[in-house]
Design a protein around this ligand. Structure first.
Ligand code: URA
Length: 440
């Protein structure tokens, strides 16, 4: 078998066999197939796509490249969630304790942020002394005792994805649905949960820019999960503007605490409850309406917040700030941005706001960059709201005034203010399951 022939076959839109896909993935991970041939293959997939069978085989080959987590010693149903990535998306910090407070276990492995999107592990790392590099014994012990734990992905979880993703990142092949689906699903299946809820983001700040693309990606992922015997659903949610008001690690933890205490921004509460309800449904806790009510009760009675504090404490984190109003303001510099016009806010483009937050120090451009956990943006106004010239639109947090000046330029380009009332995007657009699609 030759890599050349496999690349040629995919270029010509022909279906590859299991032997061929395996040859390529294994050969690349083992260092026998060079980057330039793998790059050509990835670009061929980008243009030619893959059949459902090819997607399943690719996922299986990636899965077989590393460790699979066996959660069977944790009794009862285990449920996982994954977001395809967004700006201000802190829902994992909220839904994990909600679902655990409803009696369903969540043993969650998460990643760090890269580029304009944030990562759950960075948000947790902003909590003083919080440990996310736990060994398997400690991780399992916390899930058994508390009901949930969030840790960093082990180094050996789908090593094929690490190598291939790094190559996709520099060869303009990230935005390929079969490649995204196999990348995400191999990691989710390797993480061992019985049920997987996918939050597929759509819009300006997401990989999927159109609803049709988001539906197609959801269908591929749900299909892969079902073929591996998992209960999977995908909820398609809006990512045209940031979720909630906070972007940046410590700011997002504070906002998550607000939601868990029963207050906080309406959009974030709504998406968090919908995701939690869907996770509970997958875990067999009842109808969607029952599960939504169960989830809502945990915010109203404080049990989800209690669960979050227990989880953070069990992982060594300091929870003393969580009850305070303004604990996330350790950044040296606070810089207000004022409305330059009067009218309604029509757009706050998520991708640019993510970039502005990264410039302030909250994210990393390259894997090895350091993060300033206190940096970020707090929005005082959101899309659809009325502003008067001179009102504070946002506060930037950073260690450096020059960074604020650069970030303000990007922020101003990403916000549109206009006289007429804007049409608001629906937050929750559809649910895709193995039964089909429900549009909302
Ligand atoms: N997230 C992943 O884990 N993989 C992708 O390919 C895209 C988003």
């Amino acid at each position: 078998m030759r890599a050349y022939d496999i690349i040629e076959k995919k270029r010509d839109k022909l279906e590859l066999s299991k032997g061929e896909i395996n040859f390529l993935i294994k050969g690349y991970v083992d260092g026998e197939i060079p980057d330039y041939q793998m790059s050509a293959f990835l670009m061929a997939v980008y243009f030619s796509g893959m059949t459902d069978d090819e997607c399943e085989i690719l996922t299986e080959c990636m899965l077989d490249s590393g460790e699979k987590i066996d959660l069977s010693e944790i009794d009862s149903v285990k449920v996982d969630k994954h977001s395809t990535g967004g700006v201000g998306d802190k829902t994992t910090l909220i839904v994990t304790p909600i679902v655990a407070a409803c009696g369903v276990k969540v043993a969650k492995m998460s990643g760090r942020g890269l580029g304009h999107t944030g990562g759950t592990i960075d948000k947790l790392a902003s909590i003083p002394h919080m440990e996310t590099n736990l060994d398997k014994e400690k991780f399992f012990e916390i899930v058994k005792k508390i009901g949930c734990s969030i840790v960093s992905q082990t180094g050996n979880l789908v090593p094929a994805d690490k190598k291939i993703y790094a190559l996709r990142d520099v060869t303009a092949t990230v935005e390929s649905k079969p490649l995204i689906a196999s990348s995400i699903m191999s990691k989710k299946i390797a993480s061992g949960a019985d049920c997987i809820l996918l939050d597929v983001k759509v819009g300006d700040g997401a990989f999927m820019k159109t609803f049709e693309d988001a539906v197609e990606l959801s269908k591929i992922m749900v299909n892969i999960g079902s073929r591996f015997g998992k209960k999977v659903a995908a909820v398609i949610t809006d990512m045209n503007s940031p979720l909630g008001n906070a972007v940046g690690n410590a700011l997002e933890v504070r906002e998550s605490c607000e939601i868990l205490k029963g207050s906080g921004p309406k959009d974030l509460r709504e998406v968090s409850l919908v995701l939690s309800a869907n996770m509970l449904c997958l875990a067999g806790k009842g109808t969607y309406e029952t599960c939504h009510k169960l989830a809502e009760n945990t915010l109203n009675d404080g049990s989800a917040f209690e669960k979050f504090k227990q989880m953070v404490e069990a992982q060594g984190g300091d929870i003393s700030n969580f009850e305070k109003e303004d604990y996330a303001s350790e950044a040296k510099i606070r810089h207000d941005v004022f409305a330059w016009d009067s009218g309604y806010i029509h757009a706050m483009r998520a991708e640019s706001l993510g970039k502005a937050s990264m410039i302030l120090g909250a994210g990393r451009e390259r894997k090895e960059d350091n993060i300033d956990y206190s940096a970020g943006i707090l929005l005082h106004r959101k899309v659809g709201e009325k502003v008067n010239k001179g009102d504070i639109l946002a506060t930037f947090y950073s260690s450096d005034e020059y960074k604020c000046i650069d970030a303000e330029k990007i922020f101003k380009e990403s916000v549109e203010i206009s006289e007429d009332l804007p049409k608001l995007n629906k937050l929750i657009k559809a649910r895709v399951t193995s039964q089909g699609i429900e549009k909302f």
